[in-house]
Design a protein around this ligand. Structure first.
Ligand SMILES: NC(=O)c1ccc[n+]([C@@H]2O[C@H](COP(=O)([O-])OP(=O)(O)OC[C@H]3O[C@@H](n4cnc5c(N)ncnc54)[C@H](OP(=O)(O)O)[C@@H]3O)[C@@H](O)[C@H]2O)c1
Length: 338
C-alpha cells in the first residue's frame, strides 16, 4: 500500500510517497481502498512542524477519506463489504488503504462523488459544532465567518444560509465573486483593508451575534471586539502561525503570546461568550459525532449541503496540493486521489 509521508518538518518537498505493508482488520475494524483523501489546514501546519497535535515525524497525516470497504474484521456486519463509504481516521489518511473502527465510517450518499464525500467529515463537522452545537445560530442572528472561502468556511456558509442567518465573511478578494454566488450576503476583504471598520459600517456599529475565527493570536481579540451584545466567539485555529521557513516557530510563539485572556467580569458586563472547538480532541465522543453527521447527511439528501471541491491532486502531486493551499488559491476543499 502507498502513503504520502511527511518525512521531516519543512517545505512542501518533504512530502514523499512510500510503500508499506497492507493492514488487516482487527475486531470492529474495516479496511477501505480509498478513492479520495481530504487535505486540511492542520496537515499543512503538521508538515511545517507547527501543529501540536500531530504525531512525531516522520508520519502520515490526514483525517478523512472516501472509498470502498474491501475487508471487514471479526464482529463487523459483513454487509459493509463492497459499500461506498466515507469517514474519519486519526491520522494515516493520505493513504490508498486505510484501516479504521467501523463506527468511524458512513455510507456515501449516491448523489456525492468520492471527492465530495472526502470533503465532508472535518469541514462539515467542525462547521456544525461551531454554528449549531456551540454557536447556537438562529435565523434572527448575523454571523461573521473568517476565511469563508476555505473548506470549513464554505461549509459554515451553507449551514448558516440553511439556518437563515445574515452572513458576513472575510476572504482574499479574488474569491469574493464566487462567494457571493454561493450566497454570502457580505464579502469583506481582510487582506488589504481593516475588516473591523467594514463590519462596523455594515452593521450600524452593532457587530454580529456569532464569529468563527481560525486565525488565532491577536485576531481573537479583534473578533471579540466585533461581537454584538449576546455575541459568541468560536475559536478553532491558528492559521496566523503558518510558515514553512524557520520563521514558523517565531510566528507560532507570537501567536501564542498575543492570545487574549477573557475575564469573567468582562464577559458578564459585555454580555458575550467565548468557546473553543478542536475536532481532533473528540475521538471519545463518537456518539455525538455520528449524530451531527446524520444531520449533515440529511442536508446532502435535502440538497442544502453540496461540498465544493476546488481540485484534486494525485499522491505524486501532494507537494503541489499543499502549495496550492498555502498560496491561498483554494476555494473550498482540495483532495488527494491515490
Ligand atoms: N479546531 C478544529 O477542529 C479545526 C477543524 C478544521 C479546521 N480548523 C482550522 O480552520 C482553519 C481553516 O481550515 P481549512 O481546512 O478550512 O482551510 P483551507 O480550506 O485549507 O483554507 C485555507 C485558507 O485559509 C486562508 N488563510 C488564512 N490565513 C492563512 C495563512 N496564513 N496561510 C494560508 N492561508 C491562510 C486562505 O484563504 P483566504 O486568504 O481567502 O482567507 C486559504 O485559502 C485552519 O486554521 C484550520 O487549522 C480547525
Amino acid at each position: 500500500m502507498k502513503k504520502v509521508m511527511i518525512t521531516k518538518a519543512g517545505g512542501v518537498d518533504v512530502l514523499d510517497v512510500q510503500d508499506f505493508p497492507a493492514p488487516s482488520p482487527q475486531r470492529n475494524e474495516v479496511v477501505i481502498t480509498t478513492k479520495a483523501c481530504g487535505i486540511n489546514f492542520a496537515d499543512i501546519l503538521a508538515r511545517q512542524g507547527l501543529y501540536p497535535d500531530a504525531p512525531q515525524l516522520p508520519t502520515c497525516v490526514g483525517y478523512e477519506f472516501s472509498g470502498i470497504v474491501t475487508q471487514v474484521g471479526p464482529s463487523v456486519d459483513p454487509s459493509w463489504k463492497d459499500k461506498a463509504v466515507f469517514g474519519l481516521t486519526r491520522f494515516n489518511g493520505y493513504a490508498d488503504t486505510i484501516c479504521v473502527p467501523v463506527d468511524q465510517i458512513f455510507e456515501k450518499p449516491d448523489s456525492l462523488t468520492f471527492e465530495q464525500a472526502a470533503a465532508i467529515p472535518v469541514n462539515y463537522l467542525t462547521a456544525w459544532q461551531l454554528l449549531v452545537v456551540m454557536g447556537a445560530l438562529t435565523a434572527d442572528d448575523s454571523v461573521l465567518i473568517h476565511n469563508v472561502g476555505g473548506g470549513v468556511g464554505l461549509a459554515a456558509l451553507e449551514i448558516a444560509k440553511h439556518i437563515g442567518a445574515t452572513t458576513y465573511g472575510t476572504a482574499s478578494p479574488g474569491k469574493h465573486r464566487f462567494l457571493v454566488e454561493k450566497g454570502l450576503d457580505h464579502a469583506i476583504d481582510y487582506r488589504s483593508a481593516n475588516w473591523e471598520d467594514e463590519l462596523k459600517a455594515l452593521t450600524n456599529g452593532l457587530g454580529v451575534e456569532l464569529i468563527t475565527d481560525p486565525i488565532g493570536g491577536n485576531h481573537w481579540r479583534k473578533s471579540y471586539r466585533a461581537l454584538r451584545a449576546t455575541g459568541r466567539l468560536g475559536m478553532f485555529g491558528i492559521s496566523a502561525a503558518s510558515d514553512s521557513s524557520w520563521q514558523g516557530k517565531v510566528k507560532l510563539l507570537k501567536t501564542a503570546v498575543q492570545m487574549p485572556f477573557f475575564h469573567p467580569v468582562n464577559l458578564m458586563n459585555t454580555n458575550k461568550a467565548v468557546f473553543g472547538v478542536n475536532m481532533g480532541r473528540l475521538w471519545h465522543e463518537n456518539e455525538k459525532i455520528r449524530q451531527w453527521m446524520m444531520h449533515i447527511i440529511d442536508g446532502v439528501n435535502e440538497g442544502w449541503i453540496n461540498p465544493h471541491v476546488d481540485c484534486s491532486f494525485t499522491f505524486d502531486q501532494a507537494a503541489a496540493a499543499h502549495q496550492y493551499i498555502e498560496d491561498r488559491k483554494n476555494k473550498g476543499k482540495v483532495v488527494l486521489t491515490p
